[in-house]
Design a protein around this ligand. Structure first.
Ligand SMILES: Nc1ncnc2c1ncn2[C@@H]1O[C@H](COP(=O)(O)OP(=O)(O)OP(=O)(O)O)[C@@H](O)[C@H]1O
Ligand SMILES: [Mg+2]
Length: 241
């Protein structure tokens, strides 16, 4: 059963070719690492998968559904790369997690007891229960990532897309997030995670994609991390002999 299927996905920003004929199939219940150098199209692929960016060509399904429908049904949680988020936005950690229950910041909807319970349980699970009343902007980088993961947990998302959750996060916080993602995977959820921390990939991922506008390789970790393949992905071919 596939969690993610992308076929022939091509994205341009003006003249810049960000994704070139990308084919990806990810089975359910896997942690898939998305690896590639700066500008290789990782964030663009996430945005395409959740429907934030409309590809010029190609088709995408999530759990065999159109991405927009999958999102409306709450199947998908997305943790954006930090730079894309306005941290000054005045909202408490609890409210961020509660968004997972009503799909937005609307505020109009009152939370029922079951919603509050789900929010509390998600905060506990990521270790942020004590900070529930803090403004999101007051949290450290690693804590913010965990708040967004908690939002996905509260939502009971089957698919979690995390764009560089370890950037600027210390080793201890990283270990907490890795453990959390693996336990979510063990429940049958699918995790797609981009990272520059190649050393951390074997402990986290079941498989990996090397992206450089195109999919250079999609396979097991050992193959993905082989020097030749990494060299091609990170543009070192021809640089090191
Ligand atoms: N909104 C945009 N407008 C114009 N060009 C963009 C836009 N977003 C991305 N690009 C370009 O598309 C290409 C892919 O960018 P993308 O952000 O997907 O890469 P990335 O792999 O996520 O990089 P990083 O590792 O730095 O996060 C880059 O050349 C980038 O400059
Ligand atoms: Mg990016």
């Amino acid at each position: 059963m596939s969690a993610v299927t992308a076929t022939g996905v091509t994205v341009h920003y003006g003249d810049v070719l960000a994704l070139d004929d990308v084919d990806v199939t990810i089975e359910r219940g896997r942690i898939c690492g998305l690896l590639g150098m700066n500008g290789s199209g990782k964030s663009t692929l996430f945005k395409s998968l959740i429907g934030l960016v409309k590809p010029d060509r190609g088709t995408i399904t999530l759990h065999d559904k159109d991405p927009a429908l999958a999102r409306r049904e709450g199947l998908v949680a997305y943790v954006p790369q930090s730079e894309a988020v306005d941290w000054a936005f005045p909202v408490r950690v609890r409210d961020v997690v509660a968004m997972g229950r009503y799909g937005g910041l609307g505020g109009a909807r009152r939370l029922k007891a079951a919603d509050r319970e789900a929010v509390g349980a998600a905060l506990e699970r990521v270790g942020l229960a004590d900070l529930a009343g803090n403004q999101i902007g007051e949290l450290s980088g690693g804590q913010r990532k965990r708040a967004f993961v908690a939002r996905g947990i509260a939502q009971d998302a089957r698919l979690l897309f995390l764009d560089e959750p370890f950037a600027g996060v210390d080793k201890r916080s990283e270990a907490t997030i890795v453990e959390l993602l693996r336990s979510l995977r063990d429940e049958g959820r699918t995790v797609v995670v981009s990272t520059h921390d190649l050393a951390g990939v074997p402990a986290l991922c079941d498989e990996a994609i090397l992206l450089r506008q195109r999919v250079l390789l999609h396979g097991d970790i050992e193959t993905a991390l082989a020097p030749d393949n990494l060299g091609r992905a990170f543009g070192l071919d021809g640089v090191v002999a």
